[in-house]
Design a protein around this ligand. Structure first.
Ligand code: COA
Length: 335
């Protein structure tokens, strides 16, 4: 019987810091509004021409994770790449990683589950390891949001929230059933697909058609979010799926070493913290510095927490996410 465990973590954040004060200069917003509603103080944005892209950031994070796992890239036998902002419409970004890391013929698969992408990817990797099919899987979450946001007052409810960055982990086989990924729980609800979405261009309406219309009212190529509706669903789903993980593992909330929630909004994380009566030191948040980096947020936070010595052997770690789809999930890890 095989189990999977995380053996290496890595992250990459672009150097360019965009503060709330910077945003005040280009749209009608305020540091006070952003901090009060979201907790965010600053985020990172790629500077066009700095050589970064979704895959490039992912590769930088991946190299660190692979080295920390004590492996060579050629020992990776599967790549999972979670993103909603791939380099190309197709192919996915995973194959670009495979080429850059020079791993001949290694299968690479993109996961399109938005903010829940990393949780879905870890759960998927876990299954491939448990069945014995693969031994070392590279899981990446990377997002380049800033190039596709409406950075005017019209888009402020979304553009102040999202940031760029990447995180990665290596998951490897273990024969110890009581360590590593103990359980994962995944859900989706397509009924609310359009409540947090980017619907144009799509296969029914390609770019030339949108451009030919030249309709200034058509902003379907920018992300849309029904913020309050998303918020209300997120707090319910986060709580449900964490509770399910606790029941499955038999852990109680006091035993949680660290809950790493997807960094959607500090208020959502605080709500969840209160719901499970968790202490400050049991929940990891870094949205204040990076904003919401969607599929990258959990691996960035996990890496940072690990680097700070907050994730150590024996820690009980809970990952949980909610996002567009709607999709949500949790992963319970005995580190
Ligand atoms: C986006 C979010 C912060 C907005 O907060 P909110 O309290 O719901 O705010 P609303 O959208 O109702 O807008 C309230 C007012 O603030 C204004 N506003 C919106 N964005 C603003 C900004 N960046 N700066 C200043 N004012 C802003 C609105 O125009 C509105 O003004 P009005 O009352 O004059 O119409 C909040 O809904 C949220 O965090 N939702 C969840 C988002 C999320 O987690 N997404 C990712 C999921 S993975």
């Amino acid at each position: 019987m095989y189990n999977s465990k995380i053996t290496g973590v890595g992250k990459y954040l672009p150097e360019n810091i965009v503060t709330n004060a910077d945003l005040e200069k280009i749209m009608e917003t305020s540091d006070e509004w952003i901090q009060e509603r979201t907790g965010i103080k600053e985020r990172r944005h790629i500077v066009k021409g700095d050589g970064n892209s979704t895959s490039v950031m992912g590769i930088k994070a991946a190299r660190i994770a692979i080295a920390r796992a004590g492996l060579e890239p050629k020992e990776i036998d599967f790549i999972l790449f979670a993103t909603l902002s791939p380099d190309y419409y197709f192919p996915g970004s995973g194959v670009l990683v495979q080429e850059a890391l020079d791993i001949p013929n290694c299968p690479a698969m993109d996961i399109r589950m938005q903010c829940s992408g990393f949780v879905y990817a870890v759960a998927t990797a876990d299954q491939f390891i448990k069945t014995g099919m693969y031994q070392n899987i590279l899981v990446i979450g990377s997002e380049y949001h800033s190039g596709g946001l409406d950075m005017t007052t019209r888009g402020r409810n979304i553009s102040v929230i999202f940031g760029d960055g990447a995180g990665a982990v290596v998951m490897s086989r273990t024969t110890n059933p009581s360590e590593g990924i103990l359980s994962s729980h995944l859900y989706s609800q397509g009924k609310y697909a359009e409540e947090l979405s980017l619907i144009g261009p799509n296969t029914g309406r390609w770019v030339p058609e949108i451009m030919a219309l030249n309709d200034p009212e058509d902003i379907s190529y920018y992300p849309y979010m029904n913020g309050q509706f998303v918020f209300k669903n997120a707090v319910v789903r986060f709580a449900e799926v964490i509770q399910e993980g606790l029941e499955k593992t038999g852990w109680n909330s006091e035993q949680i070493g660290l809950l790493i929630p997807h960094q959607a909004n500090l208020r959502i994380a605080q709500f969840v913290q209160k719901k499970f009566r968790l202490r400050e030191d049991q929940v990891y948040n870094n949205i204040q510095r990076y904003g919401n980096t969607t599929a990258a947020s959990i691996p960035i936070a996990l890496t940072e927490a690990w680097e700070e010595g907050k994730v150590t052997e024996g820690s009980k770690i809970v990952l949980a996410a909610f996002g567009s789809g709607f999709t949500w999930g949790s992963v319970m890890i005995q580190w």
